[in-house]
Design a binder for this molecule. Structure first.
Ligand code: URP
Ligand code: ZN
Ligand code: ZN
Ligand code: ZN
Length: 468
């Protein structure tokens, strides 16, 4: 039996709760035991494979609860497929993604979800699950929500932005929230006032303001804060929990904090791009700013401190990437001369664990909070805990050996995402993923990819675990 076991010896095991020098025993894809390094129990263990983690961190695989592999947008598709995107995720120490299946207007949720099952099936290097984007809230899609919750798709993204594409009006939002209150689902909100934004887009273009930086100017902070406020009030009326995605503005964090101070079940996510990038990037010349076009947009630097504070105070609970890469050549370029035609989204699934570790190095986060916001909390939020997001007996053996000392420079030359630029080009990071296990199998072995497309399994989810 011991030949089928893996033993990770001598590392510092970090979870959201603890930091302990412990050996970790893995069998049949699961963690079966931890014991203090050097203890009689640990010394007595034998295994077919032993990984020496001396001087390294042993952390749970990252859980990225917001990705868009192969997402259709404005006539093109996000550049990473499930194959390339999950491989890049593994390189970056992420072992689970929750991607967004999309309902097109006029379509059943079932049709959209089945299409996403088919896209991912047999192609993923790491485990995956789905949220459902609802682009058409009506009597029949509301009923379908109950069935999806039962099959493990327990969260639904709605859009207050993108009129004519994904947009739901307040009545539709209220109905979907009422349904979620009834079936236990979690509503995820893209909180920007898209109706008002579209007026400003039209006016900006008419005034000849076509550069990427106007994308940031028309998508105003006030219109994120207003939509966040409105989403919270609608959730209160519906007596439903709410999770606001890709929060970027200080004023939106304040709305969440106010709601949470009232004891409301309101949660928030931010993304590395809002923590590390700003409108300065959107203003880069020669159309380079297009590389940073996403929604919600990047904000002036002054907003970053509120996001970091929110992460420390738990007014924000999760950092996900919103990985939605479009190449500069041929894709971002679709918006030359009209910023509103630039496909929205940034690459980042490979960078998240490292960027957040850099925040640990810089004293912005503790090590345990790093693991909490990147692993444990997204797993709890979306019903994957404790299978995912922690290192404990019974958990899936999704484990990263992280070298906290190696220095690296982020670059498109060396990344594994299938996109022709890095949003963090040239950024120096202290720390690097060394080895990654997914359900006990080596996916990255001392910085060699040893995984395979099809190893990753679909993982149905239970309800949000912050509510029960
Ligand atoms: O710009 C972004 N965030 N693109 C992905 C779609 C979304 O709204 O999350
Ligand atoms: Zn969104
Ligand atoms: Zn308010
Ligand atoms: Zn997104």
């Amino acid at each position: 039996m011991s030949s089928t076991r893996t033993l990770i010896r001598g590392g510092l095991v970090i979870t959201a709760a603890d930091e302990i020098h412990a050996d970790v025993l893995i069998e049949e894809g699961r963690i079966v035991a931890l014991a203090a390094h050097g203890s009689d129990v640990a010394e007595g263990w034998t295994a077919g494979r032993t990984i020496d983690a001396t001087g390294k961190y042993v952390i749970p695989g990252g859980v990225d609860a917001h990705t868009h592999m192969e997402m259709p947008f404005g006539g093109t598709f996000a550049a990473d497929t499930f194959e390339t995107g999950t491989r890049a995720a593994a390189w970056g120490g992420t072992t689970t993604i929750v991607d967004f299946a999309i309902q097109s207007p006029g379509q059943a949720l079932r049709t959209g979800l089945d299409a996403w099952y088919a896209k991912a099936d047999g192609n993923c290097a790491i485990d995956y699950a789905f949220h459902m984007i609802m682009a058409d809230v009506n009597e029949s899609s509301l009923k379908e929500m109950d069935l999806l919750v039962q099959e493990g798709v327990t969260s639904f993204k709605l859009f207050m932005a993108y009129p004519g594409v994904f947009y739901s009006d307040d009545g539709q939002i209220l109905r979907a929230m009422q349904r979620a209150a009834h079936n236990g689902g979690l509503i995820m909100m893209h909180a920007e006032n898209g109706i008002a934004i579209d007026v400003l887009v039209e006016q900006a273009l008419a005034a000849g303001h076509t550069d990427p930086r106007y994308h940031g100017e028309v998508r105003k902070v006030l219109l994120e804060a207003e939509a966040t406020h409105r989403a919270i009030q609608l959730a209160r009326v519906a007596e439903a929990p709410l999770y606001v995605v890709h929060v970027s503005a200080e004023e939106a964090v304040a709305e969440l904090a106010t709601a949470r101070d009232k004891g409301l079940p309101v949660f928030g996510e931010t993304c590395p791009q809002y923590l590390f990038l700003s409108t300065d990037n959107l203003a880069e010349p020669d159309f380079e700013g297009s590389k940073y076009v996403c929604s919600t947009p990047l904000r002036p630097k002054e907003h970053q401190e509120a996001l970091w504070r929110g992460l420390r105070t738990n007014d924000l609970q999760v950092v996900s990437t919103d990985h939605c890469p479009f190449c500069f050549a041929g894709q971002k370029e679709m918006g030359r001369g009209d910023f509103s035609k630039i496909p929205n989204g940034l690459p980042g699934v490979e960078n998240r664990m490292d960027l957040l570790h850099q925040a640990v190095v810089e004293g912005k986060l503790t090590r345990r909070r790093w693991i909490e916001i990147a692993c444990a909390s997204p797993a709890r939020m979306f019903g994957l805990y404790p299978r995912k997001g922690t290192i404990a007996p019974g958990a899936d053996a999704d484990v990263v050996i992280y070298d906290p000392h190696t220095e690296q420079t982020v670059s498109a030359e060396t990344h594994h995402m299938d996109v022709d630029y890095s949003a963090y080009e040239g950024k120096r990071i202290t720390g690097q993923v060394e080895t990654v296990l997914s359900r006990g199998e080596l996916v990255i072995d001392k910085r060699q990819f040893t995984g395979r497309a099809g190893h990753g399994q679909y993982t149905p989810r239970s309800l949000c675990q912050y509510l029960t």
